[in-house]
Write a protein that binds this ligand. Sequence first.
Ligand code: ADP
Length: 241
Amino acid sequence: MSIQIEGVHKSFGNTRVLHDINLDLPSGQLVGLLGPSGSGKTTLLRIIAGLEHANGGRIRFNDSDVTDLHARDRKVGFVFQNYALFRHMTVFDNIAFGLTIMPKAERPSRADIKRRVGELLEMIQLSHVADRFPAQLSGGQRQRVALARSLAVEPRVLLLDEPFGALDAQVRKELRRWLRRLHDELHFTSIFVTHDQEEALDVSDQVVVMSQGKVEQIGSPDDIWQQPASRFVLEFLGEVN
Ligand code: ADP
């Protein structure tokens, strides 16, 4: 699913937080949305998701206009930093959840749900903890389950807001590899928000650098690293978190 963002702008009260954003993201890419805190990343992600409405501009998926569609009709998956798993449900049931609440006409059979969840558990290499509860898992394992849960319903687009932010550097690195692997196996389009330069440059096909509600640069990690388009990008890349 390709994503087109055309002339999107957004204000909260008198404060303009997004200025005329234009992006054309090809299908199947893993896109890192990178910028300092307050640059408008989350707001843009929420507008793409349909959780927030822009004051102007259009959002298209595969050139079809979804601007006026509800979040639930856009077929997007989400992973948030503090997107807690259901504590009273096993790992298996957490991953199956989205499938079990589908409208009856679309809901897969019990056997199909079992197979789909089983495949996802295998992909994240957590089949052996299917019957455990979230409290019995490490933070990294929990986020792998959260990833699998968001993918169970086969979203066309996966949106991740600082998905690994709360974890330590080593675990974050490992989770980036998981995201990359799932992305390559399941072929969806994803956008993940991060303020961490290394995180964005490490796994993205394309990086969108934002500052003060504007896109400063878009390009491959190599392009961004080797040819920063502005002083802002150069200085931001030089900062160590
Ligand atoms: P980022 O994700 O890059 O940190 P955000 O999109 O969260 O940036 O925020 C951009 C700006 O919009 C910030 O100045 C923030 O305070 C403001 N903002 C975000 N959400 C709201 C809201 N619901 N009401 C008012 N201001 C908001």
